[in-house]
Design a protein around this ligand. Sequence first.
Ligand code: ZN
Ligand code: ZN
Length: 628
Amino acid sequence: MRPLPRRLDPLLREPAALVAAAASAQRPLRELHAHLLVSGRLASPPHHAAFLASLASSSDDDDGHLSYARLLLPRRPATLFVHNSLLRALARGRRPHLAFGAFRDLPLAPDNYSFTFLVRAATALAAAAAAVRAPGLDANLIVRSVHASALRRGHAGDPHVQSGVVSMYSAAGDVGAARAAFAEIAFPDAVCITAMVGALATCGKVDAAREMFDGMPLRDHVAWNAMIAGYVHAGRSREALRLFNEMRNAGAAVGEVTLVSVLTACAQLGALERGRWVHSYVHSCGMRVSVTLGTALVDMYSKCGAVAAAMEVFDSMDRKNVYTWTSAVSGLAMNGMGRDCLELFKRMESTGVDPNGVTFVAVLRGCSMAGLVDEGRSCFDAMKSNHGIDPWLEHYGCMVDLYGRAGRLDDAMNFINNMPLEPHEGVWGALLNASRIHKNVELGKYAMDKLMAIESKNDAAHVLLSNIYAESHNWKGVSNVRDVMKAKGVKKVPGCSAIEVGGKVHEFFVGSKTHPRYREIEIMLAEMTQRLRLHGYIANTKEVLFDIEEEEKEDAISLHSEKLALAFGLVALPENMEIRIVKNLRVCKDCHDYTKLISKVFNREVVMRDRNRFHHFKDGACSCRDYW
Ligand code: ZN
Ligand code: ZN
């Protein structure tokens, strides 16, 4: 046998150092194993356990380690400590369900540690079941059986098991059971309170979580992470970013989990400056860009409209999983780069990464935007035949959009008639939108009736129908829709546009005059309108008055939220900097025309993200080619 490399010497003396070696390649570990065997040290249970654990916990990179570890186990009489080490590694690994088999095969009665790890495995399974659509997996049944088993064996009162049970129920989405388990604990420690904060935050009870969080005398990074993730999950990204600042001031350890949440918040807000800051923070503290972190970066850049930066991160990642690819594919689709999107998807298939349903939604959207009807159709067919994925309703909606946008309304209708599933609002909504684009009032009315039968208070649907009428100058139709909306009490969501200046996100609502720099904004708005008029911009007030959009227009058309944000951008940002605006609703035709002209007259690039897509305005044109 070759002598052991010197650098591995310390590992032989210290079991803990062996565990640390888990991150190293498989060959040195196997070499070590040989030396441990020869030197007789594996007879000592701590060494044996540490060795197994190190093998098993490095299974994230290579499943070979794990099977190697499992292979070793039955060959020698092992203590419960060794078995528990393996259980722990399995629970933490990529395939937590394997822990159940190992638990069942325990040669000795399980102790409180065994249950701690089993509970952790169940938590991981429940979280995975919530993250992906796994119809065969009943997370509730699993977590309840694990809890029942711990109770029966008398280990449910162990502090680690108790707080684990709280997290487990929360991962399964059962906040009631989590609360009940929490109430059982006489003196909950920080770990347990943190688990409860996490449970409440995950289930959307963010304010209750915050109350408990604020009451904690000591908070570690886990508590901060749970609270920040809770805000992001609830779509309250500004609060998430605020809390992240507090976390840094409090000196808590910022890690990958924190940064992934913060990047998601930046993506939701379209806060590119903040997102870039996170990226440079990752570099400056020498953090390794893992698959998860890299994927979050790709997603953030895509959703902030910075496609080039997204692709740069994507290309620099040596390991990519299905989520990484999907983020990139969907980023290209969202930004109107349909051909690139399809190409990237083909590259994904050729590298052997199996696309999932979400990937197909993205690629179908990309095809639809680029008018690639045949390519989209073959992707749709390949989903079932090559990848065994039964299309979801969303995919059918995408296909109707694909045909409809391309003007093939008959094909769209045929496709709907041959659907094996009952069409949902997305399908009829896509047909309605296509009818709007191609000004087919009759088909629009038909789609609208279908839509109304499903959900009668859908404001967006009413607005779309009224637009179809307005664009075909049918003012009577428009006012009818309006009356119907009033009678049904259909409420419109207030329009809101956000713009980031100096790392701070500023929000504007329709006609809002409350911004501290409103005086400057007002002057800029006047200048904008004046300069656009010189270039032939006319706000067609009659049409505008009738063409109700998702935002109210009656008071003054110049005060739509995106125009306010645009004016503020011109006032507050340096001259060579593009203006980035994120809007919660679909951008209206008037604002779209207006922004196109601004990009030309003021020689400024404007990137606007509305509810569905990006508009990159430059030199008087938009990347959506006026189809949105
Ligand atoms: Zn508008
Ligand atoms: Zn556009």
